[in-house]
Design a protein around this ligand. Structure first.
Ligand code: CS2
Ligand code: MN
Length: 319
């Protein structure tokens, strides 16, 4: 079978999802830093250690830290960003000590990934997440950040990379920049710059380093209107894919809905063939799936049944 590292996005403590992942034949874990416990911060070495060890006990290899440590001030360039950067540097050093090779981060200010509706009905009535630009554009006021132009976000990212990339290089940890989702020019006046393949290329060119790479989020690139297999070729040929998000949508940047992984507008078979063609052998996880019949909707895009289905579909394509 093709050698990409099939992973699941998992919580940091043992439970049903860990067991289901193993029952699917998934051996790699993508996980956030653990919740604060007693006197341990999420980025404390001891906290990351018990997650790594507990997962290993269950036959799961913690391969990717996602999402990244707190970065609200970093993204907006606010006072206190240096303290947030220091936490990033500590997490990277901890990752090196724990043999966790990839850090997936994004630079989406203020909201991270964003949708205008989590109750849209997809195939068979499954609940899917949707983005309708016309709805969020109705916002009556700007946010507390005011107008933040592209250049300011680029400057903030460069400031962050100047201080974090050297530590990643020293520790041999791969920084995998996730494109903006949705890849709109701005949300309520705050720019989103990683909204095109060209912008992701610019990010790679600004810091030419074998530890500066991307998360190839197929759904985000699809929303950009990019040809996803070609994007995989483009970044894969340069060895810049550090992590892959397997998901799909229908629509465009004005309006899109998330779909089952076999029911979107992307040629998913061509994507998997392209990962193989460029020799990508890093981690890949199923990203955002519909919430299916009988499931509660309290963790949008992250139910279990849709990810089980997507994992089987991806495994079939890999085989
Ligand atoms: C997602 C991420 O938007 C996306 O494409 O991959 O935003 C991911 O769901 C979150 O960052 C997980 O914390
Ligand atoms: Mn993604």
């Amino acid at each position: 079978m093709y050698e990409m590292k099939l992973a699941w996005y998992l919580p940091t403590l043992p439970g049903v999802k860990w067991s289901i992942a193993k029952q699917l034949g998934v051996d790699y874990a993508v996980a956030p830093l653990p919740a604060e416990r007693y006197y341990m911060k999420p980025w404390d070495f001891k906290a990351m250690l018990y997650v790594k060890e507990s997962m290993a006990e269950e036959g799961l290899e913690w391969e990717v830290v996602e999402p990244a440590p707190p970065h609200y001030r970093i993204k907006l360039g606010l006072p206190g960003r240096d303290e947030e950067i220091e936490v990033f540097r500590q997490v990277i050093r901890n990752m090196a000590a724990l043999d966790i090779p990839v850090l997936c981060y994004n630079f989406m200010p203020q909201s991270g990934w964003y949708r205008t509706n989590f109750a849209v009905k997809g195939r068979g009535g499954a609940s899917v997440a949707a983005f309708d630009a016309s709805k969020v554009e109705k916002a009556p006021v700007l946010t507390e950040a005011g107008i933040v132009p592209d250049e300011k976000i680029w400057d903030n990212w460069k400031y962050f990379m100047d201080k974090v990339l050297p530590v990643a290089e020293e520790c041999r940890i791969r920084l995998a920049l996730h494109p903006d989702d949705p890849p709109v020019p701005s949300l309520q006046g705050v720019a989103r710059v990683f909204r095109s393949a060209e912008a992701m290329d610019r990010a790679m060119d600004l810091f030419p380093s074998e530890y500066n790479g991307i998360t190839l989020c197929q759904g985000s690139f699809a929303a950009m209107g990019e040809n996803v297999p070609e994007v995989i070729r483009h970044f894969g040929e340069k060895g810049k894919i550090f992590f892959a998000h397997f998901r799909d949508i229908r629509g465009d940047i004005r309006y899109f809905e998330e779909t089952f992984h076999d029911d979107g507008m992307t040629d998913m078979k061509a994507c998997v063939e392209m990962y193989k063609a460029v020799g990508y052998d890093g981690p890949i996880r199923t990203d955002h799936a519909p919430v299916m019949a009988g499931e509660s909707g309290d963790s949008p895009a992250y139910g279990v049944l849709g990810h089980i289905y997507a994992t089987g579909y991806l495994k079939g394509l890999m085989e």
